[in-house]
Design a protein around this ligand. Structure first.
Ligand code: GAR
Length: 213
């Protein structure tokens, strides 16, 4: 029985698209049943619709500063769709403890850094400013403490001498598209966390190619 997944987005939706692609495999243990965006014109909405997935805009601006009411509507939509696992995929709103608590242990996020380094925003700029030689991305469980839940998967990329934030972001994003589907697969199957070192760094095959994922 496939696990029912709802994806929350705010923008481009490339990670959502990677999850949709993975879920096309009949053996994938999860299906994306609903995509919700807090921005009605997020490009990801069109991608979801084209893929035949229900895409629902729940515009946060309708609720002013009342975060809880916005989340109540999101929560109801997820429950109506009988969602079991929520994947945040570039969802750029902070969630209240109440919503996080309601989905505790069932909500994943993808973050563009090797947590616990660089939680929060502008991770690529901050990685460059810090002079780190390895950067990357993390899939983790969502808890009240921002970007601090259990790490489910990580991938590393090298920081190159001539990188700017855009070039580094693109290298990280390519890895995000690999590890989010891997992490969701493992999570949906109830398997322990995976780790996906990038070929570029360790010249290893990805864990799934080694049969470990
Ligand atoms: C991704 O890089 C994701 O890791 C990041 O936003 C981007 C969304 O891109 N998420 C965060 O920064 C969350 N704090 P996408 O819409 O193409 O998936």
């Amino acid at each position: 029985m496939k696990r029912r997944v709802g994806v929350l987005i705010s923008g481009r939706g490339s990670n959502m698209a990677a999850l949709l692609d993975a879920a096309r495999d009949p053996d994938y243990p999860a299906e994306i049943v609903l995509v919700i965006s807090n921005r009605p014109h997020a490009p990801g909405m069109a991608l979801a619709s084209q893929a035949g997935v229900e895409a629902r805009a729940i515009d946060h601006r309708r609720f002013g500063t009342d975060r809880a009411s916005h989340e109540t509507v999101i929560d109801a939509a997820l429950r109506d769709a009988r969602v079991e696992i929520v994947c945040l995929a570039g969802y750029m709103r902070l969630l209240t403890p109440s919503f996080v608590g309601a989905w505790q242990g069932q909500m994943l996020n993808i973050h563009p850094s090797l947590l616990p380094a660089f939680p929060g925003l502008h991770t690529h700029e901050r990685a460059l400013a810090a002079g780190v030689k390895l950067h990357g991305c993390t899939v983790h469980l969502v808890t009240d403490a921002m970007d601090q839940g259990t790490i489910l998967a990580q991938a590393a990329v090298p920081v190159l001498a001539d990188d700017d934030a855009d070039r580094l972001a693109a290298r990280v994003l390519a890895e995000e598209h690999v590890i989010y589907p891997l992490a969701l697969r493992a999570f949906a199957e109830g398997r322990p966390a995976v780790s996906a070192p990038a070929d570029a760094v360790l010249r290893n095959p990805l864990p799934n190619e080694r049969g470990l994922a």
